[in-house]
Design a protein. Sequence first.
Length: 148
Amino acid sequence: MTIKRVAIIHGPNLDMLGTREPGVYGRKTLDEINADIAAEARILGVEAEFFQSNSEGDLVDRIHACLGTVDGIVLNAGAYTHYSIAIRDAISAIGLPVVEVHLSNVHARESFRRESVLAPVCVGQICGFGPRSYLLGLRALAGAPTER
Ligand code: DQA
């Protein structure tokens, strides 16, 4: 089966993109980034739906809701990446392919950002390319097997 429907899920503080630490995250707003992702999705022939929350529980609920509605997820869990076992367990629970993305190169920043508790249950991780990390993540997901 090929990937046809994809959820793009953004975690905490990503709603502040555009004004939040532009030296680290750039000047594009989340709406502008989502528009770029939607354009890339059209090129790839996949349907993309978008979600952002600052709450761990809402992110867990949204990941659960992906089961049976989409074929895979591009996820930037923000700071939850580094410590949310609940989000990791949600990814394991649904068994869909998830690509972890980050705008910044988390390996070149504070040491606590180097660990991702999500990476072991994701297909892979893309970081450091600014908003293009999402586009690269979508491309990677579009070519990924749908069963893990
Ligand atoms: C981030 C990196 C995280 O360490 C940070 O907490 C974020 C954004 C990124 O996209 O670079 O909120 O996920």
